[in-house]
Design a protein around this ligand. Structure first.
Ligand SMILES: [Zn+2]
Length: 272
Protein backbone atom coordinates (compact mmCIF):
# COMPACT_ATOMS: atom_id res chain seq x y z
CA UNK A 1 0.00 0.00 0.00
CA UNK A 2 2.79 2.38 1.02
CA UNK A 3 4.72 1.60 -2.16
CA UNK A 4 1.64 2.28 -4.23
CA UNK A 5 1.15 5.65 -2.51
CA UNK A 6 4.76 6.64 -3.13
CA UNK A 7 4.40 5.57 -6.74
CA UNK A 8 1.22 7.57 -7.27
CA UNK A 9 2.60 10.67 -5.53
CA UNK A 10 5.84 10.28 -7.50
CA UNK A 11 4.00 9.98 -10.81
CA UNK A 12 1.87 12.99 -9.98
CA UNK A 13 4.94 15.04 -9.02
CA UNK A 14 6.70 14.00 -12.24
CA UNK A 15 3.67 14.84 -14.36
CA UNK A 16 3.24 18.18 -12.59
CA UNK A 17 6.88 19.27 -12.58
CA UNK A 18 7.42 18.34 -16.21
CA UNK A 19 4.16 19.70 -17.53
CA UNK A 20 4.27 22.29 -20.30
CA UNK A 21 0.73 23.46 -19.48
CA UNK A 22 1.39 27.04 -18.41
CA UNK A 23 -1.78 27.16 -16.31
CA UNK A 24 -0.27 24.46 -14.11
CA UNK A 25 3.41 25.27 -14.05
CA UNK A 26 3.64 28.92 -15.09
CA UNK A 27 5.32 30.73 -17.97
CA UNK A 28 9.07 30.30 -18.49
CA UNK A 29 10.91 33.57 -19.11
CA UNK A 30 14.28 32.63 -20.57
CA UNK A 31 17.17 34.85 -19.56
CA UNK A 32 20.11 35.18 -21.95
CA UNK A 33 23.02 37.62 -22.04
CA UNK A 34 25.61 37.33 -24.85
CA UNK A 35 25.39 35.31 -28.06
CA UNK A 36 28.75 35.24 -29.84
CA UNK A 37 31.81 33.18 -30.78
CA UNK A 38 34.29 35.72 -29.43
CA UNK A 39 34.12 35.31 -25.68
CA UNK A 40 33.89 32.34 -23.40
CA UNK A 41 32.47 33.74 -20.20
CA UNK A 42 29.60 32.59 -17.98
CA UNK A 43 27.38 35.01 -19.89
CA UNK A 44 28.24 33.77 -23.38
CA UNK A 45 26.39 31.37 -25.62
CA UNK A 46 27.60 30.48 -29.11
CA UNK A 47 25.34 31.43 -32.04
CA UNK A 48 25.31 27.74 -33.04
CA UNK A 49 24.03 26.69 -29.62
CA UNK A 50 21.52 29.53 -29.55
CA UNK A 51 20.26 28.55 -33.01
CA UNK A 52 19.82 24.94 -31.87
CA UNK A 53 17.79 26.15 -28.90
CA UNK A 54 15.51 28.36 -30.99
CA UNK A 55 15.08 25.49 -33.46
CA UNK A 56 14.10 23.20 -30.58
CA UNK A 57 11.49 25.71 -29.43
CA UNK A 58 10.21 26.04 -32.98
CA UNK A 59 10.10 22.28 -33.63
CA UNK A 60 8.29 21.69 -30.34
CA UNK A 61 5.60 24.31 -30.95
CA UNK A 62 6.70 26.89 -28.41
CA UNK A 63 5.39 30.41 -28.97
CA UNK A 64 7.41 33.44 -28.01
CA UNK A 65 5.12 35.89 -26.27
CA UNK A 66 5.21 39.67 -26.34
CA UNK A 67 5.16 42.05 -23.39
CA UNK A 68 1.46 42.73 -24.11
CA UNK A 69 0.66 39.00 -24.03
CA UNK A 70 2.64 38.57 -20.81
CA UNK A 71 0.75 41.52 -19.34
CA UNK A 72 -2.62 40.07 -20.36
CA UNK A 73 -1.70 36.73 -18.77
CA UNK A 74 -0.34 38.25 -15.56
CA UNK A 75 -3.35 40.52 -15.12
CA UNK A 76 -5.76 37.66 -15.79
CA UNK A 77 -7.16 39.34 -18.89
CA UNK A 78 -6.13 36.96 -21.60
CA UNK A 79 -5.09 33.45 -22.58
CA UNK A 80 -1.72 32.62 -24.03
CA UNK A 81 -0.89 30.38 -26.97
CA UNK A 82 0.08 26.81 -26.00
CA UNK A 83 3.66 26.37 -24.79
CA UNK A 84 4.36 30.05 -24.26
CA UNK A 85 7.88 31.25 -23.64
CA UNK A 86 9.22 34.76 -23.15
CA UNK A 87 12.75 35.31 -24.43
CA UNK A 88 14.80 38.00 -22.65
CA UNK A 89 18.35 39.34 -22.82
CA UNK A 90 20.11 41.43 -20.19
CA UNK A 91 22.66 44.24 -20.64
CA UNK A 92 22.10 45.09 -24.34
CA UNK A 93 25.15 43.50 -25.97
CA UNK A 94 25.78 44.29 -29.64
CA UNK A 95 25.72 40.56 -30.41
CA UNK A 96 22.01 40.52 -29.58
CA UNK A 97 21.61 42.49 -32.81
CA UNK A 98 24.30 40.68 -34.79
CA UNK A 99 23.45 37.09 -33.84
CA UNK A 100 20.44 36.59 -31.56
CA UNK A 101 17.96 38.80 -33.39
CA UNK A 102 18.49 37.31 -36.90
CA UNK A 103 18.33 33.76 -35.49
CA UNK A 104 15.12 34.51 -33.62
CA UNK A 105 13.67 36.19 -36.68
CA UNK A 106 14.40 33.07 -38.72
CA UNK A 107 12.10 31.06 -36.43
CA UNK A 108 9.50 33.82 -36.16
CA UNK A 109 10.42 34.70 -32.57
CA UNK A 110 10.62 38.04 -30.80
CA UNK A 111 11.94 38.95 -27.39
CA UNK A 112 12.81 41.67 -24.91
CA UNK A 113 16.23 43.24 -24.41
CA UNK A 114 16.97 45.03 -21.13
CA UNK A 115 19.22 48.03 -21.81
CA UNK A 116 21.79 49.83 -19.66
CA UNK A 117 21.65 53.53 -20.54
CA UNK A 118 25.28 54.40 -19.71
CA UNK A 119 26.59 51.63 -21.96
CA UNK A 120 24.51 52.37 -25.03
CA UNK A 121 26.61 53.16 -28.13
CA UNK A 122 29.74 51.95 -26.29
CA UNK A 123 31.98 49.28 -27.87
CA UNK A 124 30.39 45.85 -27.41
CA UNK A 125 26.92 47.26 -26.76
CA UNK A 126 23.90 48.13 -28.89
CA UNK A 127 23.52 51.50 -30.55
CA UNK A 128 20.23 53.39 -30.47
CA UNK A 129 20.00 52.92 -34.25
CA UNK A 130 20.05 49.14 -33.78
CA UNK A 131 17.45 49.43 -31.02
CA UNK A 132 15.17 51.51 -33.22
CA UNK A 133 15.55 49.11 -36.13
CA UNK A 134 14.72 46.08 -33.97
CA UNK A 135 11.92 47.90 -32.18
CA UNK A 136 10.27 48.73 -35.52
CA UNK A 137 10.53 45.02 -36.37
CA UNK A 138 8.78 43.76 -33.24
CA UNK A 139 11.64 43.28 -30.78
CA UNK A 140 10.88 44.86 -27.42
CA UNK A 141 12.90 46.66 -24.80
CA UNK A 142 13.02 47.21 -21.09
CA UNK A 143 15.17 49.02 -18.58
CA UNK A 144 18.26 47.57 -16.93
CA UNK A 145 18.78 51.04 -15.34
CA UNK A 146 21.27 53.81 -16.08
CA UNK A 147 24.39 52.47 -14.42
CA UNK A 148 23.77 48.73 -13.79
CA UNK A 149 24.72 49.24 -10.12
CA UNK A 150 22.47 47.23 -7.76
CA UNK A 151 19.40 49.35 -7.02
CA UNK A 152 19.74 48.49 -3.34
CA UNK A 153 22.92 50.61 -3.24
CA UNK A 154 21.15 53.95 -3.92
CA UNK A 155 19.46 56.49 -1.68
CA UNK A 156 15.95 57.56 -2.59
CA UNK A 157 16.97 60.29 -5.04
CA UNK A 158 19.50 58.03 -6.75
CA UNK A 159 16.99 55.22 -6.98
CA UNK A 160 14.39 57.46 -8.62
CA UNK A 161 16.98 58.79 -11.05
CA UNK A 162 18.00 55.25 -12.11
CA UNK A 163 14.42 54.05 -12.52
CA UNK A 164 12.72 57.08 -14.05
CA UNK A 165 15.40 58.46 -16.33
CA UNK A 166 16.13 55.09 -17.95
CA UNK A 167 12.41 54.57 -18.55
CA UNK A 168 11.98 58.02 -20.12
CA UNK A 169 15.06 57.54 -22.29
CA UNK A 170 13.90 54.22 -23.74
CA UNK A 171 10.41 55.58 -24.40
CA UNK A 172 11.86 58.59 -26.20
CA UNK A 173 14.14 56.45 -28.36
CA UNK A 174 11.65 53.69 -29.27
CA UNK A 175 8.45 55.72 -29.19
CA UNK A 176 6.87 52.90 -27.14
CA UNK A 177 6.02 52.59 -23.44
CA UNK A 178 8.69 51.00 -21.24
CA UNK A 179 6.97 49.09 -18.44
CA UNK A 180 9.38 46.17 -17.92
CA UNK A 181 12.60 46.26 -15.93
CA UNK A 182 15.25 43.71 -15.01
CA UNK A 183 16.96 44.52 -11.70
CA UNK A 184 20.77 44.68 -12.08
CA UNK A 185 22.27 41.56 -10.48
CA UNK A 186 18.70 40.66 -9.54
CA UNK A 187 19.05 42.77 -6.38
CA UNK A 188 16.06 44.50 -4.79
CA UNK A 189 14.34 45.25 -1.49
CA UNK A 190 10.95 46.65 -0.41
CA UNK A 191 11.96 50.23 -1.20
CA UNK A 192 13.22 49.27 -4.67
CA UNK A 193 9.94 47.48 -5.38
CA UNK A 194 7.85 50.46 -4.22
CA UNK A 195 9.87 52.98 -6.24
CA UNK A 196 9.78 50.73 -9.31
CA UNK A 197 6.00 50.63 -9.14
CA UNK A 198 5.78 54.38 -8.47
CA UNK A 199 8.01 55.05 -11.50
CA UNK A 200 5.39 53.40 -13.71
CA UNK A 201 6.84 49.95 -14.31
CA UNK A 202 4.41 47.04 -14.35
CA UNK A 203 6.83 44.12 -14.13
CA UNK A 204 10.28 43.58 -12.66
CA UNK A 205 12.46 40.51 -13.26
CA UNK A 206 15.12 39.08 -10.99
CA UNK A 207 17.66 36.33 -11.70
CA UNK A 208 15.95 33.84 -9.39
CA UNK A 209 15.06 30.55 -11.05
CA UNK A 210 11.43 29.71 -11.68
CA UNK A 211 8.36 30.26 -13.82
CA UNK A 212 5.81 33.03 -13.47
CA UNK A 213 2.18 32.91 -12.36
CA UNK A 214 -0.41 35.73 -12.30
CA UNK A 215 -0.50 35.59 -8.49
CA UNK A 216 3.26 36.12 -8.14
CA UNK A 217 4.49 39.51 -6.96
CA UNK A 218 4.83 41.48 -10.20
CA UNK A 219 8.00 43.16 -8.93
CA UNK A 220 9.78 39.93 -7.98
CA UNK A 221 9.47 37.73 -11.07
CA UNK A 222 11.59 34.65 -11.68
CA UNK A 223 13.28 33.68 -14.91
CA UNK A 224 14.96 30.58 -16.29
CA UNK A 225 18.69 31.29 -16.48
CA UNK A 226 20.36 30.47 -19.78
CA UNK A 227 23.71 31.69 -18.54
CA UNK A 228 26.16 30.72 -15.79
CA UNK A 229 27.59 28.45 -18.41
CA UNK A 230 28.69 26.49 -20.09
CA UNK A 231 25.04 26.09 -21.05
CA UNK A 232 25.00 23.07 -23.30
CA UNK A 233 21.99 22.13 -25.35
CA UNK A 234 21.14 19.51 -22.73
CA UNK A 235 21.24 22.16 -19.99
CA UNK A 236 18.87 24.26 -22.05
CA UNK A 237 16.46 21.39 -22.58
CA UNK A 238 16.51 20.42 -18.93
CA UNK A 239 15.99 23.96 -17.66
CA UNK A 240 13.21 24.59 -20.14
CA UNK A 241 11.35 21.30 -19.82
CA UNK A 242 11.89 20.79 -16.13
CA UNK A 243 12.03 24.41 -15.04
CA UNK A 244 9.44 23.82 -12.32
CA UNK A 245 11.61 20.99 -10.94
CA UNK A 246 14.82 22.94 -11.52
CA UNK A 247 13.33 25.94 -9.69
CA UNK A 248 12.34 23.72 -6.78
CA UNK A 249 15.94 22.52 -6.43
CA UNK A 250 17.43 26.03 -6.79
CA UNK A 251 15.04 27.43 -4.18
CA UNK A 252 15.63 24.56 -1.76
CA UNK A 253 19.38 25.05 -2.19
CA UNK A 254 19.10 28.76 -1.44
CA UNK A 255 16.78 28.23 1.53
CA UNK A 256 19.13 25.73 3.17
CA UNK A 257 22.17 27.88 2.40
CA UNK A 258 20.68 30.88 4.21
CA UNK A 259 20.27 29.09 7.52
CA UNK A 260 23.40 28.48 9.56
CA UNK A 261 22.25 25.07 10.82
CA UNK A 262 21.33 23.69 7.40
CA UNK A 263 24.17 25.32 5.44
CA UNK A 264 26.09 22.04 5.08
CA UNK A 265 23.05 20.37 3.55
CA UNK A 266 22.81 22.96 0.77
CA UNK A 267 25.77 21.59 -1.13
CA UNK A 268 23.99 18.25 -1.50
CA UNK A 269 21.15 19.90 -3.40
CA UNK A 270 22.15 20.26 -7.05
CA UNK A 271 21.21 23.32 -9.12
CA UNK A 272 20.74 21.88 -12.59
ZN1 LIG B 1 22.90 42.79 -16.07
Amino acid sequence: MFTLCVLVVGMFAFWFLCSTNYRLTGVPVLNYHQVNDKFKTVLTMTPKNFDAQMKYLHDHDYHSITQAEFNAYMSGEGDLPDRPVMITFDDGYVDNYEHAYPIMKKYGYRGTIFLIMNLMNKPGYLTWDMVKKMSDDGMEFGSHTLSHKPLTSFDEAGLRHELRDSKTYIEKKTGKPCTFIAFPEGKFNDQVMEETKAAGYKYAFTVETGRDFPWDDHYDLDRVAMFEGPISFEHFRFRLTFSAFSAFLWKTHKYLENIEMTKVLAKHIPQP
